[in-house]
Design a protein around this ligand. Structure first.
Ligand code: HGY
Ligand code: MN
Ligand code: MN
Length: 412
């Protein structure tokens, strides 16, 4: 029983064509619940059917396919990831995990190998949080973090709601199809950072996922004419916001125990000759320790922003819109995964994930673990995102062996 790397490559190519959001530069632009997402979902469902998995869709559009076990009443081993991407993203983020989950089932079917526990594979809706914030919306919903009404009411920049768009693409399924009890949750993903490549390891055993805070900062100054308004008489929200962006970066660099990123900054009215009265910007904070993140938001950072606001004569508020705590993964599964790698002679290391993943929420309901592959140049969320297939083969082989071990004896 072996993974078929060529089949994985064919499936990844099929999921990243221009018709499914592939970009001319070789990246991906497949936002959740768009037509491209619908078409990728249709392809995933077709492959589930080909592998005799009876696809089901829940009321968040999560798509599940269950492979029966010899003891069907036992909870399944879940293997999943996501098909949606960020704009200008890469061909591997999430998509490789879907292909790897399919490969586990295809390899088992090709070998006629039965497991005791069922194995269930899943595509999670809106993992990226690029169109509908926050990230991991649908895996969070089925693990009890977000209420359906709240999720359905999330809107994109054009004011279209999650619930309406889910219905529009035909993937608003049924609550009864939601994730049930599971024995364990596994996910294969590219690292999206530089550690494995720098260390020369083929497989990463993920210790856990960092804590995340998505904040929104709104800066309010005075609207005025760009021409006649003296430089010494301005309350310029854009200048204040720019200083705040740099202050967040400088604090993260100085402390070294969290990351700060501003990805989105919007002035109002956003025209050449008006000093903007309002500027809002996103602030993504990540760290291994919740106390650090709380202290940064409540104290260190706020002090710096207060100082800037006073100097620039503006007001601001900082709202935390999404918060998820650092999430360690299941020690027993990590140990088994590492043992499988070492028994195969695969170079392996343990590391923390700086990117959020649905597995972070799955860990709320079951023992969860992730395997990483290296990322070439450590780059992700970009069109040149790439990963080395020889290492993908090793990680996928480890995923297969781990899934079978867990599905045969179930005790992670
Ligand atoms: O935000 C993240 O870390 C993930 O890409 N959704
Ligand atoms: Mn991802
Ligand atoms: Mn991502």
């Amino acid at each position: 029983m072996r993974i078929d790397l060529a089949r994985m490559q064919r499936r990844l190519d099929a999921l990243t064509t221009p018709a499914l959001g592939g970009t001319p530069a070789g990246g991906m632009n497949r936002l959740a619940l768009t037509d491209a997402d619908r078409d990728a979902r249709d392809l995933f469902v077709a492959w589930l059917r080909e592998e005799q998995l009876d696809p089901r869709v829940d009321d968040f559009g999560n798509i599940y396919g269950r492979r029966a076990g010899s003891a069907p009443a036992l909870p399944p081993v879940l293997i999943g990831s996501h098909l949606d991407t960020v704009p200008g993203g890469g061909r591997f983020d999430g998509i490789l995990g879907i292909v790897a989950a399919l490969e586990v089932v295809s390899a088992l079917n090709a070998a006629g190998r039965e497991t005791r526990h069922p194995i269930e594979i899943v595509n999670w809706t809106n993992e990226e949080g690029a169109r509908f914030t926050p990230a991991m919306l649908a895996s969070g919903a089925v693990t009890g973090v977000f209420a359906r009404e709240w999720v359905y009411a999330r809107t994109d920049r054009q004011g279209r709601s999650f619930g309406d768009e889910l219905a529009r693409i035909g993937y608003r399924g049924d609550e009864s199809a939601r994730l049930g009890p599971i024995a364990a949750s596994l996910e294969l993903h590219i690292e999206q950072g530089p550690i494995l490549e720098a260390g020369g390891e083929s497989v990463g055993i993920v210790e856990g996922v960092v804590g995340i805070r998505w904040c929104r900062v709104t800066v309010r100054g005075q609207s005025a004419h760009a021409g006649p308004t003296p430089m010494t008489a301005r309350r310029d929200a854009m200048v204040a916001a720019a200083r705040m962006v740099v202050a967040a970066r400088d604090l993260a660099r100085a402390r070294g125990d969290f990351n700060a990123t501003v990805g989105d900054l919007t002035p109002t009215p956003g025209v050449v000759n008006v000093i903007p009265p309002v500027v809002t910007f996103s602030l993504d904070l990540r760290g291994r320790d919740d106390t650090t993140l709380e202290a940064v938001v409540a104290d260190d950072l706020r002090k710096r922003l207060d100082h800037i606001a006073a100097e620039e004569g503006v007001r601001y508020d900082l709202a935390v819109e999404w918060s998820v705590s650092p999430t360690p993964f299941a020690p027993a599964i990590k140990d088994r995964a590492e043992a499988l790698c070492r028994a195969r002679g695969y170079s392996v290391r343990r590391l923390w994930a700086g990117a959020g993943h649905d597995s972070q929420y799955l860990a709320r309901v079951a023992p969860a673990a992730m395997l990483f592959t290296p990322t070439i140049g450590g780059l992700s969320h970009c069109e040149t995102e790439d990963a080395p297939w020889p290492d993908i083969a090793k990680a996928a082989d480890t995923l297969l062996a781990l899934a079978v071990e867990l599905a045969d004896d179930g005790e992670p």
